[in-house]
Design a protein around this ligand. Sequence first.
Ligand SMILES: [Zn+2]
Length: 115
Amino acid sequence: MSGSNSLALVTGPVRACPVCGGEILAALQVPNGWTTEGGKQVRGTSEVLLCERCDRDDPVTGPIVVFFTVHEQATADQADELAALLQRWADHAVARRPDLQALDAEVDAWYRGEL
Ligand SMILES: [Zn+2]
């Protein structure tokens, strides 16, 4: 992995998915930050989980689930393939952070009685 977004792959004991109770195959720490109206930077991280069941049908995470199902443990010559899949997932996960401007617009519309 390139680490361009200071992503960390979390490894450790097998965890259960909070949604379905399935096995968590991998977890990502992604930076999660935004600027408040006063111009203050808020920084934190959020964790993105990869569940063997919930994420199986997703076009981004599905191939990772398949990879782990087929290979169980990545060998050296498979590491590049896995790294590419994980990087794609990481990029996607970072892009999915909340869109605060869209949220503000919705709140404004609500105050105007348009919703
Ligand atoms: Zn799940």
